[in-house]
Design a protein around this ligand. Structure first.
Ligand code: OOB
Length: 533
C-alpha cells in the first residue's frame, strides 16, 4: 500500500490476523459461492428481483466492461447511486477489479462531488440518471468539466451526454484476486461541518465488520434486510446491512425512498425481517404506524442510530412497530457500538450499546486527558481492527484527530456505565458558550424533546453582544396551529429542574428541520437559516 494510507504497526496487524479478525477473504467474492444461487433471491425492490447467479454475472460483466474501458486495480471511482441493483452490482464489480469506489450519497451536489473526485483523483464518476432528478444531468456535466482527473462519466440510465453504465459490460474475464489488506473502498466522514474526508477501508477490516455485525444481529440466509437509508452509507451498507446480508445468502430489499408510504407496503410484500433508521425517520415511521394498514409482522429487528435517540421515543418502538429495537452508535471511521438483542429493556432504551469487537479499545477522557470514571462524561477515543489510522491525504487533519499511538479522537462526548454501555451526551464542540457558561446542545435538545408541544428540536449558538454566544432553540411544534412560545418553553424547562443559564434565549419555529444527506439534523444549515431570518 502506498504512503498515502496510514497502516497499523506490523505487530498489530499480525495480531489481528493471528486472532482471526483479519482473514484472506475479499469483498465481492461471496455471491459466487452462495448455495442455491440459481434460484435464491439476492436483490428485490421496485426494480425487480435478481438471483445470486444473476447478480454474480452482472458484477462479472461490469468488471470486464470497465476493465475494457481502461479501469485498473488501485484506481478510484466516485459512485453516486441510489438504492438500486446497479449500486450493488457496480460495488461488487469494483471490489473484484480492485478498483476503489468512493461512496458519495445521492443528495450530494457539485461542491461535494468535485471535492471527492479531486481528492481521490478519481478517473471515473458514476451518477444517477436525469430521469430521477433533472439536477443530476447538470451535475454530471459540471463535474466532467471541472475535474481534470476524470477519464469518463457513466450514467446509470439514459443520458444524452454520457455513456450508460449498462453499456459498460463485456464477457467475463479472469481477474487476479485483490490483496485482502489493500484498500477496498472509501467511506465519507459524516461531519456536518467542513468537507467530507475520505476514509480508507480494507477488504479485511470491512469484511470483519460486516461478518461480526451479522453474527451479533442474528442474521442468516433467511434474513431480508430492507435498505431504507442510502446503501452508500456505512449503516445500511455493512452494519450488517446490504453486504452483510448478501454475504450470508440473505436478501437485500432496496427501498427507493425512506417514507412509510413507500416502505410499509414494501415490508409487507417482501416480508423484510430487519431495517435501520436515523431518529428523525423513526419519528415519521412511528406517526405513520397509527394509520398504517400494511402487515409489518415480518419485521423482527429495527436498528436506530446515526444520531441520539431519546429514551421516550425508543420505548414506543416495540408496541408501535412490533419489533425488537437495537441502538447502533457507529461511525464511518470504524468503531461500532450495538445494544445486544438480549439486553435488558433499560439498556436498549437508554444507551447506545457497547463495542462490537473484543479488540475494540475505547478510552473516555476528561478534558485534561485523564480517564473519566463510570458515568462521567468525556471524549471517546478508539482504535481497533476495523477503525482507521488516518484519513486519506489529510496529514494536517490527521495530526489533530489521532494520538501518537493511533487512537482516533471521535469528538463525541460519552459516558460509560460500569457494565461498559455507552451513552452519547454531546459533541465536544457542540456547546453554546454563554459568557463562559457551557450549554451542551444535546442536553438541552433532550429536555426540549420531552415537552409534549415539541415534535422535534435542535439547539444552535447565535452571536450575542452581551454573552458572546446565546442559545437558540429551533423547534418543530407538535401542533402547527398552536406553536409554543419562548416563555412557555422556558417555564417548562425550569419546571424540569434545568439551570437558568441553560434556558434558551431565543425560540424559532420551523415546519421542518434541515437534514443532512443521510437524514440527520443539519446544524450548519439550520444556523444559517436562523441567521437569515
Ligand atoms: C453513522 O456514521 P457517520 O460517520 O455518518 O456519523 C458518525 C457520528 C458519530 O461520531 C456520532 O457523532 C454520531 O454520528 N452518531 C450518534 C449515533 N450514531 C452515530 N450519536 C448518538 N447516538 C447514536 N446512536 O452515523 C453510523 C455509522 C454506522 C452505524 C450507525 C451510524
Amino acid at each position: 500500500m502506498s504512503e498515502e494510507f496510514v497502516n497499523p504497526p506490523a505487530e498489530v496487524a499480525r495480531r489481528y490476523r493471528e486472532l482471526g479478525y483479519w482473514t484472506d477473504e475479499t469483498l465481492g467474492t461471496w455471491p459466487s459461492g452462495t448455495p442455491g444461487r440459481a434460484t435464491r433471491t439476492a436483490l428485490t425492490g421496485p426494480d425487480g428481483d435478481m438471483t445470486f447467479a444473476e447478480l454474480d454475472l452482472a458484477a462479472d460483466r461490469m468488471a470486464a466492461g470497465l476493465r475494457a474501458r481502461g479501469l485498473r486495480a488501485g484506481e478510484h471511482v466516485v459512485v453516486q447511486l441510489p438504492n438500486t441493483p446497479d449500486f450493488v452490482a457496480l460495488s461488487l464489480a469494483l471490489f473484484r477489479l480492485g478498483a476503489r469506489p468512493v461512496f458519495a450519497l445521492p443528495a450530494h451536489r457539485e461542491a461535494e462531488i468535485t471535492h471527492l473526485v479531486d481528492t481521490a483523483e478519481a478517473v471515473l464518476y458514476v451518477c444517477p440518471p436525469e430521469s430521477l432528478d433533472p439536477e443530476y444531468g447538470r451535475l454530471a456535466k459540471e463535474v466532467a468539466a471541472r475535474c481534470p482527473s476524470l477519464r469518463e462519466v457513466l450514467v446509470a440510465g439514459a443520458s444524452a451526454s454520457f455513456a450508460a453504465l449498462g453499456e459498460a459490460d463485456a464477457d467475463p474475464v479472469e481477474l487476479p484476486a485483490p490483496d485482502p489488506f489493500d484498500v477496498a473502498l472509501f467511506l465519507l466522514s459524516g461531519g456536518t461541518t467542513g468537507r467530507p474526508k475520505l476514509i480508507p477501508r480494507t477488504h479485511a477490516d470491512y469484511t470483519y465488520q460486516l461478518r461480526e455485525s451479522a453474527r451479533l444481529c442474528g442474521f442468516g440466509p433467511d434474513s431480508r434486510y430492507l435498505a431504507v437509508l442510502p446503501a452508500a452509507h456505512n449503516f445500511a451498507l455493512a452494519c450488517p446491512g446490504v453486504l452483510g446480508t448478501l454475504r450470508l445468502g440473505g436478501t437485500a430489499v432496496l427501498a427507493p425512498a425512506p417514507t412509510p408510504e413507500v416502505c410499509f407496503p414494501l415490508i409487507e410484500r417482501t416480508r423484510a425481517t430487519a431495517t435501520s433508521l436515523v431518529p428523525p425517520l423513526l419519528r415519521l415511521w412511528l406517526d405513520a404506524a397509527d394509520w398504517n394498514d400494511s402487515d409489518l409482522s415480518s419485521l423482527g429487528l429495527l436498528q436506530v442510530g446515526g444520531a441520539k435517540l431519546d429514551a421516550a421515543t425508543a420505548r414506543q418502538v416495540p408496541a408501535a412497530l412490533g419489533c425488537t429495537l437495537q441502538q447502533v452508535y457507529g461511525m464511518a471511521e470504524g468503531l461500532l457500538n450495538y445494544t445486544r438483542l438480549d439486553d435488558p429493556r433499560d439498556v436498549v432504551f437508554r444507551t447506545q450499546g457497547r463495542p462490537l469487537s473484543p479488540a475494540d479499545e475505547v478510552l473516555v477522557l476528561r478534558e485534561d486527558g485523564t480517564p473519566a470514571g463510570p458515568g462521567e462524561p468525556g471524549e471517546l477515543l478508539t482504535r481497533g481492527p476495523y477503525t482507521l489510522r488516518g484519513y486519506y491525504r489529510a496529514p494536517e487533519h490527521n495530526r489533530v484527530r489521532f494520538t501518537e499511538d493511533g487512537y482516533y479522537l471521535t469528538g463525541d462526548l460519552v459516558t460509560r456505565s460500569a457494565a461498559g454501555n455507552l451513552e452519547v451526551v454531546g459533541r465536544v464542540n457542540d456547546v453554546v458558550n454563554r459568557g463562559g457558561e457551557k450549554v451542551p446542545a444535546l442536553e438541552l435538545e433532550e429536555h426540549l424533546a420531552a415537552d409534549p408541544r415539541v415534535a422535534a428540536a435542535a439547539v444552535v449558538a447565535l452571536p450575542d453582544e452581551l454573552w458572546g454566544e446565546c442559545t437558540c432553540a429551533c423547534v418543530v411544534p407538535a401542533d402547527a396551529g398552536d406553536p409554543p412560545r419562548l416563555r412557555e418553553v422556558q417555564a417548562a424547562l425550569r419546571a424540569r429542574g434545568l439551570a437558568a443559564y441553560k434556558l434558551p434565549d431565543h425560540l424559532v419555529v420551523f415546519s421542518e428541520l434541515p437534514l443532512t444527506a443521510v437524514g440527520k439534523v443539519d446544524k450548519k444549515a439550520l444556523r444559517e437559516q436562523v441567521l437569515a431570518r
